[in-house]
Design a protein. Structure first.
Length: 282
Protein backbone atom coordinates (compact mmCIF):
# COMPACT_ATOMS: atom_id res chain seq x y z
CA UNK A 1 0.00 0.00 0.00
CA UNK A 2 1.23 3.48 -0.84
CA UNK A 3 -0.24 6.43 1.06
CA UNK A 4 -1.27 9.61 -0.71
CA UNK A 5 -1.72 13.11 0.66
CA UNK A 6 -3.67 16.30 0.02
CA UNK A 7 -5.77 16.25 -3.14
CA UNK A 8 -4.50 12.75 -3.91
CA UNK A 9 -5.86 11.54 -0.59
CA UNK A 10 -9.29 12.97 -1.36
CA UNK A 11 -9.51 11.77 -4.94
CA UNK A 12 -7.81 8.40 -5.00
CA UNK A 13 -9.57 6.46 -2.27
CA UNK A 14 -11.53 6.88 0.90
CA UNK A 15 -8.96 4.89 2.88
CA UNK A 16 -6.20 7.34 2.00
CA UNK A 17 -4.02 4.76 0.26
CA UNK A 18 -3.40 3.57 -3.30
CA UNK A 19 -3.05 -0.16 -3.88
CA UNK A 20 0.05 -0.58 -5.98
CA UNK A 21 0.57 -3.43 -8.43
CA UNK A 22 3.74 -4.71 -10.07
CA UNK A 23 1.84 -6.76 -12.66
CA UNK A 24 3.68 -7.17 -15.94
CA UNK A 25 2.49 -9.02 -19.02
CA UNK A 26 5.49 -9.98 -21.14
CA UNK A 27 5.21 -9.94 -24.94
CA UNK A 28 5.76 -12.87 -27.21
CA UNK A 29 9.33 -12.64 -28.49
CA UNK A 30 9.95 -12.89 -32.23
CA UNK A 31 12.95 -13.35 -34.51
CA UNK A 32 14.48 -10.28 -36.18
CA UNK A 33 15.21 -12.19 -39.36
CA UNK A 34 11.56 -13.09 -39.89
CA UNK A 35 10.78 -9.48 -40.85
CA UNK A 36 12.44 -7.31 -43.50
CA UNK A 37 14.23 -4.13 -42.47
CA UNK A 38 11.65 -1.32 -42.71
CA UNK A 39 12.32 1.91 -44.60
CA UNK A 40 9.97 3.94 -42.40
CA UNK A 41 8.60 3.67 -38.89
CA UNK A 42 5.23 5.08 -37.83
CA UNK A 43 4.92 5.66 -34.09
CA UNK A 44 1.71 6.58 -32.29
CA UNK A 45 1.32 7.63 -28.67
CA UNK A 46 -2.14 7.94 -27.13
CA UNK A 47 -3.63 8.23 -23.66
CA UNK A 48 -6.82 6.22 -24.19
CA UNK A 49 -8.42 7.01 -20.79
CA UNK A 50 -9.09 3.31 -20.19
CA UNK A 51 -11.76 3.40 -22.93
CA UNK A 52 -14.02 5.36 -20.59
CA UNK A 53 -14.75 8.07 -23.18
CA UNK A 54 -15.82 5.60 -25.90
CA UNK A 55 -15.28 1.86 -26.27
CA UNK A 56 -12.30 -0.38 -26.83
CA UNK A 57 -13.72 -1.27 -30.26
CA UNK A 58 -13.84 2.42 -31.23
CA UNK A 59 -10.25 2.89 -30.08
CA UNK A 60 -9.18 -0.20 -32.04
CA UNK A 61 -10.87 1.12 -35.18
CA UNK A 62 -9.20 4.52 -34.88
CA UNK A 63 -5.80 2.94 -34.28
CA UNK A 64 -6.31 0.68 -37.30
CA UNK A 65 -6.85 3.79 -39.45
CA UNK A 66 -3.55 5.22 -38.19
CA UNK A 67 -1.68 2.13 -39.45
CA UNK A 68 1.18 2.40 -36.94
CA UNK A 69 4.18 0.12 -36.51
CA UNK A 70 4.67 0.91 -32.80
CA UNK A 71 1.98 2.22 -30.44
CA UNK A 72 2.60 3.59 -26.94
CA UNK A 73 -0.58 3.68 -24.83
CA UNK A 74 -1.26 5.25 -21.47
CA UNK A 75 -4.17 4.84 -19.02
CA UNK A 76 -4.78 1.24 -20.00
CA UNK A 77 -7.00 -1.10 -17.95
CA UNK A 78 -6.48 -4.80 -17.47
CA UNK A 79 -9.32 -6.97 -16.12
CA UNK A 80 -11.09 -4.11 -14.30
CA UNK A 81 -14.75 -4.03 -13.41
CA UNK A 82 -15.23 -0.66 -15.09
CA UNK A 83 -13.67 -2.05 -18.28
CA UNK A 84 -15.78 -5.21 -18.35
CA UNK A 85 -12.89 -7.46 -17.24
CA UNK A 86 -11.11 -6.82 -20.55
CA UNK A 87 -7.36 -6.93 -21.06
CA UNK A 88 -7.32 -3.78 -23.17
CA UNK A 89 -3.72 -4.10 -24.41
CA UNK A 90 -4.29 -7.68 -25.50
CA UNK A 91 -7.63 -6.90 -27.18
CA UNK A 92 -6.12 -3.97 -29.09
CA UNK A 93 -3.07 -5.99 -30.09
CA UNK A 94 -5.21 -8.84 -31.39
CA UNK A 95 -7.49 -6.46 -33.28
CA UNK A 96 -4.52 -4.76 -34.95
CA UNK A 97 -2.42 -7.86 -35.57
CA UNK A 98 0.26 -6.58 -33.20
CA UNK A 99 2.11 -8.04 -30.23
CA UNK A 100 1.32 -6.36 -26.90
CA UNK A 101 2.93 -5.91 -23.51
CA UNK A 102 1.47 -4.26 -20.40
CA UNK A 103 2.86 -2.86 -17.15
CA UNK A 104 0.68 -1.90 -14.19
CA UNK A 105 1.24 1.26 -12.18
CA UNK A 106 -1.46 0.54 -9.63
CA UNK A 107 -4.41 -1.66 -8.86
CA UNK A 108 -7.83 -0.65 -10.14
CA UNK A 109 -10.47 -2.65 -8.29
CA UNK A 110 -9.68 -6.30 -8.93
CA UNK A 111 -7.61 -5.41 -12.01
CA UNK A 112 -4.74 -3.13 -12.95
CA UNK A 113 -4.15 0.26 -14.55
CA UNK A 114 -0.98 1.19 -16.40
CA UNK A 115 0.76 1.56 -19.76
CA UNK A 116 1.15 -0.64 -22.83
CA UNK A 117 3.23 -1.06 -25.96
CA UNK A 118 1.95 -2.63 -29.19
CA UNK A 119 4.27 -3.49 -32.06
CA UNK A 120 4.29 -5.02 -35.53
CA UNK A 121 8.06 -5.26 -35.22
CA UNK A 122 9.19 -8.30 -33.21
CA UNK A 123 10.01 -7.83 -29.55
CA UNK A 124 13.45 -8.91 -28.41
CA UNK A 125 12.69 -8.07 -24.78
CA UNK A 126 10.57 -5.86 -22.54
CA UNK A 127 10.57 -4.80 -18.92
CA UNK A 128 8.50 -2.78 -16.46
CA UNK A 129 10.22 0.27 -14.99
CA UNK A 130 8.88 1.69 -11.75
CA UNK A 131 9.43 5.45 -11.82
CA UNK A 132 10.57 6.88 -8.48
CA UNK A 133 9.31 10.25 -7.25
CA UNK A 134 8.60 12.09 -4.01
CA UNK A 135 5.04 12.93 -2.93
CA UNK A 136 3.50 11.79 -6.21
CA UNK A 137 -0.20 11.90 -6.97
CA UNK A 138 -0.05 8.17 -7.73
CA UNK A 139 2.48 5.47 -8.69
CA UNK A 140 3.92 5.76 -12.19
CA UNK A 141 5.66 3.29 -14.51
CA UNK A 142 7.19 3.02 -17.97
CA UNK A 143 7.54 0.13 -20.39
CA UNK A 144 10.99 -0.32 -21.94
CA UNK A 145 11.32 -2.65 -24.93
CA UNK A 146 13.86 -3.66 -27.55
CA UNK A 147 12.40 -4.27 -31.03
CA UNK A 148 14.06 -5.53 -34.18
CA UNK A 149 13.32 -6.20 -37.84
CA UNK A 150 16.02 -7.41 -40.17
CA UNK A 151 19.03 -5.16 -39.56
CA UNK A 152 16.94 -2.54 -37.76
CA UNK A 153 16.96 -2.32 -33.97
CA UNK A 154 15.14 0.23 -31.83
CA UNK A 155 14.56 0.76 -28.13
CA UNK A 156 10.99 1.93 -27.51
CA UNK A 157 9.32 3.16 -24.34
CA UNK A 158 5.83 4.12 -23.20
CA UNK A 159 5.49 6.44 -20.20
CA UNK A 160 2.82 8.25 -18.20
CA UNK A 161 4.32 10.87 -15.87
CA UNK A 162 2.73 12.22 -12.71
CA UNK A 163 0.44 15.26 -12.71
CA UNK A 164 2.41 17.00 -9.95
CA UNK A 165 5.25 18.97 -11.66
CA UNK A 166 7.95 17.97 -9.16
CA UNK A 167 7.21 14.26 -9.31
CA UNK A 168 6.56 14.33 -13.07
CA UNK A 169 10.04 15.78 -13.53
CA UNK A 170 11.51 13.02 -11.38
CA UNK A 171 9.66 10.41 -13.46
CA UNK A 172 11.01 11.92 -16.68
CA UNK A 173 14.53 12.28 -15.26
CA UNK A 174 14.67 8.64 -14.26
CA UNK A 175 13.48 7.33 -17.63
CA UNK A 176 15.64 9.68 -19.68
CA UNK A 177 18.70 8.66 -17.67
CA UNK A 178 17.89 4.97 -18.08
CA UNK A 179 17.52 5.29 -21.86
CA UNK A 180 20.58 7.48 -22.30
CA UNK A 181 22.91 4.50 -22.63
CA UNK A 182 21.22 3.63 -25.95
CA UNK A 183 21.36 7.13 -27.44
CA UNK A 184 22.55 7.05 -31.03
CA UNK A 185 21.45 3.44 -31.49
CA UNK A 186 17.75 4.14 -32.14
CA UNK A 187 15.52 5.25 -29.24
CA UNK A 188 11.90 6.39 -29.34
CA UNK A 189 9.77 7.42 -26.35
CA UNK A 190 6.02 7.96 -26.54
CA UNK A 191 4.02 9.24 -23.63
CA UNK A 192 1.84 11.58 -21.67
CA UNK A 193 4.10 13.79 -19.54
CA UNK A 194 1.29 15.87 -18.05
CA UNK A 195 3.45 18.88 -18.84
CA UNK A 196 3.60 21.51 -21.59
CA UNK A 197 6.60 21.88 -23.93
CA UNK A 198 8.16 24.63 -21.79
CA UNK A 199 7.91 22.47 -18.65
CA UNK A 200 10.49 20.49 -16.73
CA UNK A 201 9.28 17.05 -17.87
CA UNK A 202 10.05 17.57 -21.57
CA UNK A 203 13.29 19.34 -20.58
CA UNK A 204 14.44 16.15 -18.88
CA UNK A 205 14.54 14.54 -22.35
CA UNK A 206 15.67 17.44 -24.55
CA UNK A 207 18.36 18.33 -22.02
CA UNK A 208 19.84 14.86 -22.50
CA UNK A 209 19.98 15.07 -26.28
CA UNK A 210 16.56 13.71 -27.22
CA UNK A 211 14.67 15.55 -29.92
CA UNK A 212 11.00 16.39 -29.54
CA UNK A 213 9.72 14.92 -32.79
CA UNK A 214 6.30 16.36 -32.03
CA UNK A 215 7.54 19.93 -31.44
CA UNK A 216 5.37 21.52 -34.13
CA UNK A 217 2.29 19.40 -33.51
CA UNK A 218 -1.14 20.64 -32.45
CA UNK A 219 -2.54 20.38 -28.89
CA UNK A 220 -3.24 16.85 -27.68
CA UNK A 221 -5.29 17.59 -24.55
CA UNK A 222 -7.81 20.45 -24.57
CA UNK A 223 -5.77 23.42 -25.84
CA UNK A 224 -2.40 22.12 -24.63
CA UNK A 225 0.17 19.65 -25.89
CA UNK A 226 1.16 17.30 -23.08
CA UNK A 227 1.80 14.16 -25.18
CA UNK A 228 5.15 13.59 -26.85
CA UNK A 229 7.34 11.45 -29.06
CA UNK A 230 11.04 11.86 -28.29
CA UNK A 231 13.72 10.38 -30.56
CA UNK A 232 17.49 10.20 -30.67
CA UNK A 233 19.74 11.30 -33.55
CA UNK A 234 19.59 7.89 -35.21
CA UNK A 235 15.88 8.40 -35.93
CA UNK A 236 15.68 12.17 -36.32
CA UNK A 237 16.06 12.52 -40.11
CA UNK A 238 12.86 13.68 -41.80
CA UNK A 239 10.62 13.12 -38.77
CA UNK A 240 7.06 14.32 -39.45
CA UNK A 241 4.46 14.63 -36.68
CA UNK A 242 0.74 15.29 -36.61
CA UNK A 243 -2.13 15.07 -34.15
CA UNK A 244 -5.15 13.07 -35.22
CA UNK A 245 -8.54 14.50 -34.33
CA UNK A 246 -10.49 12.09 -32.09
CA UNK A 247 -13.38 12.04 -29.64
CA UNK A 248 -12.57 8.51 -28.40
CA UNK A 249 -10.55 9.80 -25.42
CA UNK A 250 -9.89 13.07 -23.62
CA UNK A 251 -6.50 13.03 -25.40
CA UNK A 252 -5.84 13.00 -29.13
CA UNK A 253 -3.34 10.56 -30.65
CA UNK A 254 0.06 11.79 -31.76
CA UNK A 255 1.41 10.27 -35.00
CA UNK A 256 5.09 10.50 -35.98
CA UNK A 257 6.61 9.14 -39.19
CA UNK A 258 10.33 8.36 -39.04
CA UNK A 259 12.85 7.45 -41.70
CA UNK A 260 14.77 4.28 -40.86
CA UNK A 261 18.36 3.25 -41.39
CA UNK A 262 19.91 0.02 -40.15
CA UNK A 263 20.86 0.47 -36.51
CA UNK A 264 23.15 -2.02 -34.74
CA UNK A 265 21.72 -3.82 -31.72
CA UNK A 266 22.35 -2.08 -28.42
CA UNK A 267 24.88 -3.66 -26.10
CA UNK A 268 22.37 -2.94 -23.34
CA UNK A 269 19.72 -5.22 -24.83
CA UNK A 270 18.68 -7.62 -22.05
CA UNK A 271 18.97 -11.29 -22.95
CA UNK A 272 15.74 -12.24 -21.22
CA UNK A 273 12.43 -10.68 -20.35
CA UNK A 274 12.41 -9.17 -16.88
CA UNK A 275 10.49 -9.31 -14.63
CA UNK A 276 8.74 -12.63 -15.31
CA UNK A 277 5.27 -12.59 -16.83
CA UNK A 278 3.52 -14.18 -13.84
CA UNK A 279 0.97 -11.82 -12.39
CA UNK A 280 0.67 -11.16 -8.66
CA UNK A 281 -2.74 -11.02 -7.05
CA UNK A 282 -3.59 -7.34 -6.54
Amino acid sequence: MRCASGLALALLCATGCVRTSDAFVAPAVGACGDVDTPSTLRVVTWNIRAALSSSIDTIAAELADLDADVIALQEVDRDTERGGQVDQALVLGDALGMVSTFAAARAEGSGEFGVALLSRIPFESARRLELPSDNAFEPRVALDAHLCAGDFHVRAASVHADIYPWSGRQNADFLANDLRESMGEGVVVGGDLNDTPDGQGPAAFTGRGFQDASADAAPTFANRRIDYVFIDDALSANAVARVQDSQASDHRPMVVDLAVTAVPPSSSTPSTLSPPSSLPVP
